[in-house]
Design a binder for this molecule. Structure first.
Ligand code: ANZ
Ligand code: ZN
Length: 841
């Protein structure tokens, strides 16, 4: 046997698969299909991260298994390549973003190929390709034509450094998700997509798909459906102010009202307010804060009372003061609330700060000490006709009362906001609309799509926040497709999320010029059977793409309501923290122990030196910590098969796990032991009696574990089998089955050994091994038989043999008969599958 030379083996089989088009999905639409999908990467300048292959390898294993099971498998890959980092790199280095993208894609592609992933590269797509974004633009135009894209002047999140509008989801803890700079509010006219129109269906249809539970929960919480009532409050000015409340039952406890600083009624009442200047000043201050800051629970409550106007509580006609405060957002509900300090934390804080009355309306707490919010099962008090009712009863009764009196009605609200769909940046899909003075916004004719991005000299956004396309007057000035008059092109581009909102459809028919995909392809391949991706996309990409897909379903483009049948999610791969005691070099550890006496004291010192983060043994990989693992180096040193095995063996798939340079060596030894076993293989076309159960059990376990993404326990089972075959001997049938089971995990070395066994077909396309449930357990067991506590012989019984039968068989054994020797059996004890004891006198 030659030495295991992974480099030549891996190169050889990657080429063979390519040459034979082994992983190309066919257009034979009569075969059963399987569509496996992983999130296509953003081709960043950093290249592949060791986190990427975790998801890609897991579904590669599923895809490979399905091929071996006879399915027509689609497992595609592409590039989500528009976006800020590329553009920022282009600005800094004066290269065209398209050029940067090309380089990054080439690097990513060679890295993915080196991993032996069974992607169908014939179907590679790139969102920045005009032949691709032609259809992204086409979908946008359909949304526009159905009234689901609209332009709106609104306060948006503005990143002071990127000079760019950000979606709410791109603002994390008040700073820009990408660059960490401060985010402020700014009024801008934006294209918006009405995802809110689909809010209820996006919740309801989760019942029809097989997503892991935490994905469903996160989507539901993000959409944030709440039920309550809208209540009209008369004011002493004559205007009514409508509030949204989830607790109409607490109406008798409303002791003041709060409106958002942006509420339009303020300017309407400007002349009548005694303190309009103070109110305006407060509004300006609020404008500088993000929604996150404004609604933070712990924040000190601020506000201004409107002088000269009061509201009237419709249940008891009491006059209550109206405040302006930034904790009420204009973008939710009606932008006005009835404040019930006894039962709401923020209202309670505010009431304490402004010395306002707190009236208990649900019994059970001490509302002068703290808001009693956990009161769903309480009984109403101080509430007129609601007294004595439960909260649930009171909600119903008050809503009926308000409806009858025409001062309110039941109302459902959603937290979900419409999707801010324009960016003032260059590297994105141009929005295919023109503005005509006479006709308004007019779509670019579909025959003129794609509307290509023009070349510009500078990609930098302008200081006033306009897109870099805005100064390109040649391109901007055009004629109206409607009336032929002068018109201007929209210069904003689409956000990064656009291209990924439908990419899974394009893979089904990637070269189609006449449609985003043919009806037959959509019908056959859809929906995606299994989609794996990161939890961080749950409320962004995953929700956006469900929305687009539902829209495409509504206009008859796709035949299914939901894009993905099944969704799973992987945990992150983390790095070891070089500032944590556990991962210091040994001499360093020794030195610190001597100096500080104990490990705890040494760790305390490390935390003082490097900050609190030093206390976490595993952390996100980062350049600054120097713990980034380079996949190229790992493949170079150990080979792709070992890398793949390690990525799967690292821990439970859905949990985060730390990369360990030591543990990867164990996977490499496993591959070498499989290799070395080749020399020991004996002839034999059937499993030997000695290995029968182990073989069937392993096939069963590996088959089932793959379906549950329990790749680590599948590998452990194959390791156990390898031990047994090494010990008890291995024949040809057994070795071949082991190679087939291992093939999806370590495809190169198993192809090579398969060929060395004299097989001529590709193992990757060979049949997946089958098992017999009955043979997965030992069928018989040999146990000791005692007479009066002394072992007198053994019997072989069927597994789990019933007691009566076990005794009968034991009694027929001549040694036992001799031992009993005609005496009386006074008692017989059977411990199933273990031992039999006869007590005789
Ligand atoms: C009275 C009340 C009493 C409330 C009580 C709560 C508890 P969710 O569940 O998130 O929908 N609210 C309404 N509009 C708001 C806005 N624009 N900005 C800030 N807060 C607003 O929350 C709805 C509750 O949040 C509403 O019910 C309202 O306060 C507040 F014991 O009304 B509640
Ligand atoms: Zn016109």
């Amino acid at each position: 046997l030659e030495k295991y030379d992974f480099k030549s083996i891996e190169a050889k089989w990657q080429k063979a698969w390519d040459d034979k088009q082994a992983f190309a999905a066919t257009t034979d639409y009569t075969k059963p299909k399987f569509y496996a999908l992983v999130e296509f990467p953003y081709p960043s300048g950093a290249g592949l991260h060791v986190g990427h292959p975790r998801s890609y390898t897991a579904l590669d294993i599923v895809a490979r298994k399905r091929r071996m099971q006879g399915y027509n498998v689609l497992y595609p890959m592409g590039w989500d390549a528009f976006g800020l980092p590329t553009e920022n790199f282009a600005i800094k280095n004066h290269v065209h973003p398209a050029e940067v993208t090309k380089r990054n894609v080439a690097r990513f592609k060679s890295q993915l190929k080196a991993l032996g992933l069974s992607f169908d590269w014939n179907r590679e797509i790139n969102t920045t390709d005009p032949s691709y974004y032609k259809w992204t633009q086409w979908i946008f135009l359909q949304l526009f034509k159905k009234g689901l894209a609209y332009k709106k002047e609104m306060a948006v999140n503005w990143c002071t450094s990127c000079k760019c509008v950000l979606a709410n989801e791109e603002v994390v803890n008040g700073v820009c998700e990408r660059c960490g700079s401060e985010v402020i509010r700014k009024d801008k006219s934006q294209w918006m997509l009405k995802i809110t129109e689909y809010a209820q269906r996006l919740i309801d249809d989760l019942d029809d798909v097989d997503y892991i539970e935490r994905v469903k929960t996160q989507q539901k919480n993000w959409i944030g459906r709440s039920t309550g009532a809208e209540v009209d409050f008369q004011t002493t000015e004559g205007d009514t102010l409508t509030v949204y409340t989830t607790r109409p039952d607490t109406l008798f406890g409303a002791t003041y009202m709060v409106i958002s600083p942006e509420h339009p009624v303020i300017e309407k009442w400007a002349d009548k307010l005694g303190n309009i200047d103070a109110v305006r000043a407060y509004r300006e201050e609020a404008a500088r804060k993000s929604d996150f800051e404004r609604t933070e629970l712990v924040k000190e409550k601020t506000g201004v009372k409107l002088e000269g106007v009061r509201a009237i509580n419709p249940v008891n006609n009491t006059e209550i003061p109206i405040f302006v405060s930034d904790y009420v957002l204009m973008s939710y509900g009606t932008g006005a609330i009835m404040a019930v300090p006894a039962h709401d934390d923020r209202d309670w804080d505010f009431a304490k700060a402004f010395d306002l009355p707190i009236i208990e309306v649900v019994k059970g707490g001490n509302v002068q000490e703290a808001a009693f919010t956990d009161c769903a099962t309480g009984i109403m008090v101080n509430s007129g006709f609601l007294n004595g009712m439960t909260v649930e009863e009171a909600k119903k009764a008050i809503t009926e009362f308000l409806t009858e009196k025409h001062v309110g009605h039941a109302k459902v609200n959603y937290k979900l906001r419409d999707w801010v769909f324009s960016r003032q940046r260059y590297w994105g899909e141009p929005i295919p609309l023109v503005k005509c003075e006479k006709c308004g916004w007019v779509p670019v004719p579909e025959s003129e799509l794609p509307l290509e991005l023009p070349n510009v000299d500078s990609y930098e956004p302008t200081d006033d926040g306009e897109s870099p396309l805005a100064p390109m007057t040649d391109w901007v000035n055009t004629t109206c497709p409607c009336c032929g008059g002068p018109a201007k092109r929209e210069t904003d581009t689409m956000p990064q999320w656009a291209g990924s909102s439908w990419y899974f459809l394009r893979y089904m028919d990637p070269h189609n010029d006449n449609a985003l995909a043919s009806k037959e392809a959509l019908e056959y391949w859809g929906p995606v059977d299994w989609y794996n991706g990161g939890m961080e996309h749950t409320t962004l990409h995953l929700l956006y793409s469900r929305f687009w897909h539902k829209f495409l379903y509504d206009i008859g483009v796709v035949p299914y309501k939901e894009p993905y049948e099944k969704r799973t999610s992987h945990g992150m791969i983390l790095g070891q923290n070089p500032h944590n005691f556990a991962y210091l070099p040994e001499e360093e550890k020794k030195k610190l122990l001597e100096e500080y006496g104990s490990e705890e004291a040494a760790q305390k010192h490390l935390a003082e030196k490097y900050g609190e983060m030093a206390n976490h043994p595993v952390v996100k990989m980062s350049k600054s910590l120097g713990n980034v693992v380079n996949p190229d180096e790992t493949i170079d040193e150990y080979g792709a098969d070992t890398m793949r095995l390690y990525e799967m063996f690292i821990g439970d798939f859905e949990k985060s796990a730390a990369w360990s340079p030591k543990a990867i060596k164990g996977c490499r030894r496993f591959v070498e032991r499989i290799w070395n076993l080749f020399d020991k293989v004996q002839p034999g076309d059937e499993y030997s009696e000695a290995n029968m159960v182990a073989m069937h059990r392993t096939i069963q376990k590996v088959s089932e574990d793959i379906e549950n993404l329990k790749m680590n326990t599948a590998i452990a089972q194959m390791m156990t089998l390898l031990n047994q075959l090494t010990e008890k001997g291995v024949n040809r049938a057994e070795y071949k089955t082991l190679l087939a089971l291992l093939n999806p995990f370590a495809p190169h070395v198993t192809e090579e050994l398969w060929q060395m066994m004299g097989e001529t077909d590709l193992l990757s396309l060979h049949t997946w091994p089958s098992f017999d449930e009955n043979k997965t357990v030992e069928s018989s067991v040999t146990i000791a038989v005692q007479v009066n506590g002394k072992v007198k012989g053994t019997v072989t019984l069927p597994m789990d043999c019933p007691k009566e039968q076990a005794l009968e068989i034991a009694m027929t054994d001549s040694k036992i008969q001799n031992a009993i020797n005609g005496k009386n059996v006074v008692k017989s004890i059977v411990v199933p599958n273990k031992i039999i004891n006869f007590v005789v006198k």
